[in-house]
Write a protein that binds this ligand. Structure first.
Ligand code: RM4
Ligand code: MN
Length: 388
């Protein structure tokens, strides 16, 4: 396959961030199946993430979730990451697992609870200062279950107040990313249910606030690429939490349920020039691996994002413009489908070979013996799970 050098360069420089929690045990409300060799602490999670980067070459950072990844010395954890060839990325805050948050966190009717939640968010920025992280990710489970339970507008005011305080605490190179979710765990109203609410709150908070699109956090049939295009146009797309869903917030491997949707999203990103890191769009995974092995699950996910990106890069932009301008409906659609229908696996194998990597990362990981080694070494202790 003769590859366009610009496409190869874009694929070589793409960066995908891994979630530390993907390496711990997780599952459904019904059962969490423990796996052998699962990390017992954040140090081991970072070590597993480093394996994903070792075999893909494009995943050099790992996001932390606080307090799940609480350590005594974050600078030391950052050094541990650097020793393994990766960095610590986005800091994910957690104001959804304390008993105090039953009626919300920063939107809670009680000022004491709001203060506690805000203090956690500010403490997460202290962590960012120690790790050198750029982004604070904010996801709130806040909302109501019953009509009349609380005042919808008051809750938005409380949210705005907290976000303004977080924004004021950010350093010059730090950002806050606000993530929306249309339902769950609150079922009548979520306080940040959609990109419109997130956008309004980010604009009010200030220029360092941007919206995160978690692909699993939409109603069935939502046109996510339209949202992506709109946020890019407004210069407020902070990044993605990539995963796949069939029904709800399934957190399955990105690109597994609907690779065509992922391609359509990446097409909007590529068209807007937003693969360029200067535009500040973070490509993150937010996934759990319940029945499949976790490290290969992450490797496969990175590869799925790469495949969608490669196809988006292969869209004949000029041909598409010409067909659109000429009102050639079928022609324009055919340009997109030609790119989507291209087998980009040989291209990506070339890209990997150019990076000095095995063209087949999953097979290479399997041969490395790492999975078997951690299964024998990591005995005793408490395996990390959803919530630790
Ligand atoms: C939430 C949201 C956050 C993630 C947690 C684990 O639903 O997607 O991004 O950090 O789950
Ligand atoms: Mn998410």
């Amino acid at each position: 396959m003769i590859s366009n050098p610009a496409v190869v360069a874009a694929l070589r420089s793409q960066r995908i961030e891994l979630p530390s929690w993907a390496f711990g045990n997780s599952g459904t409300r019904f059962k969490v199946f423990a796996q052998q060799g699962v990390p017992r602490d954040p140090y081991e999670k970072v070590a597993d993430a480093a394996q994903v980067h070792r075999f893909t070459g494009v995943a050099p950072s790992v996001a932390l979730h606080i307090p799940w990844d609480r350590v005594d010395d974050y600078a030391e954890l950052a050094r541990h990451a650097a020793d393994l060839g990766v960095t610590l990325g986005t800091i994910n805050s957690n104001v959804f697992q304390d008993d105090d948050y039953m009626l919300g966190s920063v939107c809670h009717p009680d000022a004491r609870v709001r203060r506690k939640a805000l203090d956690h968010l500010l403490a997460c920025i202290d962590v960012m200062d120690a790790t050198g992280s750029r982004d604070l990710k904010l996801w709130f489970s806040d909302g109501t279950n019953y009509p009349g339970q609380d005042d919808i507008r008051d809750r938005q005011d409380r949210l705005a107040e907290a976000l303004a305080a977080v924004h004021a605490r950010l350093g010059p190179d730090q950002r806050m990313l606000l993530e929306y979710k249309f339902f769950e765990p609150s079922f009548y109203t979520m306080d940040v249910p959609d990109w419109g609410t997130a956008y309004i709150q980010c604009v009010a908070a200030g220029p360092k606030a941007r919206v995160v699109v978690d692909t699993g956090h939409h109603a069935p049939g939502t046109n996510i690429e339209f949202i992506v295009a709109s946020l890019l146009r407004a210069d407020r797309l902070g990044g993605f939490d990539f995963n796949s869903r069939f029904y709800a917030d399934d957190d399955l491997m990105v690109g597994s349920a609907d690779p065509f949707q992922l391609f359509r999203i990446m097409h909007e990103v590529v068209q807007a020039g937003a693969l360029d890191q200067a535009l500040g769009v973070a490509f993150m995974l937010d996934q759990c691996h319940n029945i499949e092995p976790k490290i290969p699950g992450q490797i496969r996910s990175v590869m799925n994002v790469q495949e969608a990106t490669a196809k988006a890069l292969l869209v004949d932009a000029e041909g598409l413009r010409a067909a659109q301008a000429g009102g050639d409906v079928l022609g324009a659609n055919a340009v997109l489908m030609d790119a989507y229908d291209t087998d980009v696996r040989p291209l990506l194998a070339d890209v990997r070979a150019g990076l000095g990597l095995d063209p087949d990362p999953v097979a290479a990981y399997g041969r490395s013996g790492y999975g078997a080694a951690i299964a024998t070494e990591r005995v005793g202790g408490q395996q990390a799970g959803w919530g630790a």
